[in-house]
Design a protein around this ligand. Structure first.
Ligand SMILES: Cc1cc2nc3c(=O)[nH]c(=O)nc-3n(C[C@H](O)[C@H](O)[C@H](O)COP(=O)(O)OP(=O)(O)OC[C@H]3O[C@@H](n4cnc5c(N)ncnc54)[C@H](O)[C@@H]3O)c2cc1C
Ligand code: SF4
Length: 326
């Protein structure tokens, strides 16, 4: 480890002021402390935000939900209002990490977590995300777990969060507080694909604090669920995952929300699949024809060509689970 300063924020304003001065927020610490131990990250100052009043789950008044940034993953998973309205969120959380980690880890920290690319975490490897301009060891290295969608010539790392895939599917937004005040950013614009600047991962301004994640109201009834495919059955990141939400009225799909994890450099929304579903009647043939569009635009790497077919099959299976239509 290396020397760093520690302070505990007594208010959100105090936190934002410390963040503006370059302080690094720490919430549950389940990601940041690991990265600091490995010297992948070397903040001069760590600002503990764990005691701030951002731990509520509140209805937005129109059928949506506002999830405080410091709500623990286990608290959100156990919350009845989340489970009733958006089981896709509950399932994504229950399939994440371990019970001990979920008791510490926060929702804000979860969407901010950094890639599990092994070269990113190996300080002896070339990595444009860790050291801009140093190269990308994954492009010619072992890239089985890397992205087939949204990569660039500089970085092909996936975003590892499960619940972020559910947030992307549901068109969530992120509430932010900075020295210039509050703002709300669509989830689709919050996590950034690597492009030419893989070291810039979120649309955060210096010192901005995530205060909440908002799930907008959805038409009712909404059936939803999350499927996670991984190398071992528990305590493992997703190889591929699919978040699906469907609103079916009088036998016709009126709203479809679909996103995939483990395949993109950010949680990957699947608009072509959604468009194929809307206006149609649920049926096994429809699930297959929609899922066939899931990997459109995919650019597999040397070791991960299998993800193209696995993505289609995962999406198809989860459409069948959520939508029925037998
Ligand atoms: C062994 C292991 C297995 C895991 N498996 C999974 C899994 O299967 N699925 C999954 O989704 N995740 C998994 N995770 C990741 C885990 O969910 C994250 O570590 C956790 O959610 C991070 O939350 P935290 O509160 O501990 O964040 P911290 O470590 O405190 O912070 C993480 C980052 O977020 C920033 N941050 C935190 N809160 C805020 C805020 N409010 N505003 C702005 N920035 C903020 C910090 O500055 C830091 O950069 C796993 C982690 C481990 C260690
Ligand atoms: S894929 Fe991205 S994170 Fe991994 S080594 Fe390449 S630049 Fe680094």
């Amino acid at each position: 480890m290396f020397p760093f300063a520690y302070s505990k924020a007594a208010s959100v304003q105090e936190a934002v002021a410390a963040g503006q001065r370059g302080g690094r927020y720490i919430a549950g610490g389940t990601t940041l402390v690991d990265l600091m131990r490995e010297t992948v990250e070397r903040p001069d100052t760590v600002v503990d935000i764990g005691g701030l009043p951002l731990r509520e789950i509140t209805p937005t008044g129109n059928g949506g939900l506002r999830l405080g940034a410091l709500v623990r993953m286990s608290e959100a998973a156990a919350d009845q209002s989340v489970r009733e309205a958006f089981p896709v969120i509950t399932e994504a959380l229950e399939l994440s990490a371990s019970a001990q980690l979920r008791n510490m880890a926060t929702l804000g920290g979860n969407i901010m977590q950094r890639t599990r690319c092994t070269y990113f975490r190996d300080v002896t490897a070339a990595c444009n995300k860790r050291i801009p301009g140093s190269g990308c060891a994954a492009l010619d290295g072992v890239n089985r777990n890397h992205a087939i969608l949204g990569g660039s010539d500089l970085c092909v790392a996936t975003h590892p969060s499960d619940v972020a895939v559910a947030f992307a599917a549901l068109d969530a937004s992120v509430h932010l507080l900075g020295v210039e005040g509050e703002r709300q950013v669509a989830f689709a614009d919050f996590l950034l694909p690597p492009g030419d600047t893989p070291d810039r991962e979120q649309a955060l301004r210096p010192g901005e604090l995530i205060t909440a994640i908002e799930i907008p109201a959805q038409p009712r009834p909404l059936r939803s669920g999350y499927l996670k495919v991984r190398d071992r059955q528990s305590y493992e990141f997703a190889l591929i995952s699919a978040a699906v939400a469907l609103h079916v009225e009088r036998g016709v799909i009126r709203v479809a929300k679909v996103a995939a994890g483990g395949v993109g450099t950010v949680p990957w929304k699947l608009p072509a699949v959604e468009q194929r579903l809307v206006g149609q009647r649920p049926s096994p043939r429809l699930w297959a024809s929609a899922a066939a569009l899931a990997a459109d635009g995919a650019k597999p790497l040397y070791h991960n060509g299998f993800k193209v077919e696995l993505l289609k099959r995962t999406v198809e299976r989860q459409l069948r689970v959520v939508g029925g239509g037998r």
